[in-house]
Design a protein around this ligand. Sequence first.
Ligand SMILES: Cc1cc2nc3c(=O)[nH]c(=O)nc-3n(C[C@H](O)[C@H](O)[C@H](O)COP(=O)(O)OP(=O)(O)OC[C@H]3O[C@@H](n4cnc5c(N)ncnc54)[C@H](O)[C@@H]3O)c2cc1C
Length: 465
Amino acid sequence: MINLSKEAIKRLKSKIKGEIVLPSDSRYDEVRKIWNAMIERRPALIVRCAEANDVEPAISFGREHGLEISIRGAGHNIAGNALCDHGLVIDFSTMRNVRVDAEKGRAYVEPGATLAEFDEAAQSHGLATPVGINSTTGIAGLTLGGGFGWLTRKYGMTIDNLVSVEVVTADGKRLRASENENPDLFWAIRGGGGNFAVVTQFEFKLHRVGPEITAGLIVFPFDQAKQVLTRYREFVESAPEELNVWAIMRKAPPLPFLPGDVHGKEVVVLTIFYIGHASQGEKLIEPLLGFGTPHGKHIGVQLYTQWQKAFDPLLMPGARNYWKSHNFTELSDGALNSMIEFAGKLPSPQCEIFIGLIAGAANRVPADAMAYRHRDAKFVLNVHGRWDDRRDDERCIAWARAFFQASAPYASTGAYVNFMTEEETDRVTAAYGANYDRLAQIKKHYDPENLFHLNQNIKPSPRHG
Ligand SMILES: Cc1cc2nc3c(=O)[nH]c(=O)nc-3n(C[C@H](O)[C@H](O)[C@H](O)COP(=O)(O)OP(=O)(O)OC[C@H]3O[C@@H](n4cnc5c(N)ncnc54)[C@H](O)[C@@H]3O)c2cc1C
């Protein structure tokens, strides 16, 4: 256990505008909670930054006291790297401002902002950029790992829309990085996670979206899964990029538009999102209804911000989560068969298998344009192992692992770092593929001692040095 003197804490306090939360504080347990309830860690102190100037004193304090340092955006990451045991957390939960310059089409975002806060601010000007599908996710972690969502087909990954960042480096320097300033750092940060520096501001390019879009669900019986997914695969080949359709297999939640006897049964759900004119959307969506005999559908015009929160009720914090993921360039029969097999033996009512479609703009960026390199990925498969009772840990984790193995032969190479669990460090090199060596060089330049190692870690070059 680390012993920090009251004087040392007082000195740190005098250097920052934010607050320090210690294990002795009554709020400590609340402040150290993160989204995945499986992660139980007890930091020695949590520095809740109020401004970018607070970051350098926090880093220096960590160094002086030999503490591990973790960085927390909105605390959503499955691996739980936002927290550390006995170390120092640089916590951005209270730095959440989003400023939009509508004329320039830019958003300037503090690192504690959630997707909901980002979307609300941008949509108040009829603007948006691609981010994830669960509004309580943090913009920081999502962006640093890549970021994809409903708008990705049309406008690319979140990092494809990142214009600049302001950071504090491991040696306490404040820098800006963009295509023109510290371009190596900017290259690495776009997909390289929290390895290189602490980001204190993100600048994004925004696009005209909504405010109304067409979206909703079509729910099919599970015994029609093969037929629905096969036709889905054909359909998305030629669907316009304004239309996105994801496929989800899970037990049906008690949705009011579904007959009561379907609730709790395995189903296949096509999840639809369209940003063009509503009447055109209707025509485009129509064929999907004929992929099988639906149990029910709920599709209509709604606010983009509303749709961005549509999945929140299924993804509330506090549950136990173990996720796995693969990228796919195509959905082969073998891939579909393994998905259907494992969706037929879901170990808890909250577990699900989803196929996210990202084909489009993201595929037109060269693989070496930035750290994130999976430019051939058309689909991201996510295995959501999710349950409430710790006694189910073994069973649910075993299911997720077995499915991950069974579907691996059909996946493309690489991995999305934002969906990797803590124990998947051996996949980090694969995740960056041919970009890894350049990343390791940049890491050596900006963080030679690997101070920022609580992440999907890129070791300073030489690779194993
Ligand atoms: C329910 C749910 C839904 C999701 N949906 C999507 C989705 O649709 N699309 C998608 O792309 N991803 C999705 N994700 C994955 C998500 O992008 C990652 O979990 C991401 O890391 C979350 O960011 P955060 O800031 O909330 O996480 P945190 O846990 O706070 O941070 C994650 C890591 O990012 C780094 N980091 C955070 N802030 C900073 C900073 N300011 N400077 C430097 N490093 C920092 C740190 O290494 C930290 O450990 C989802 C995750 C969950 C749990």
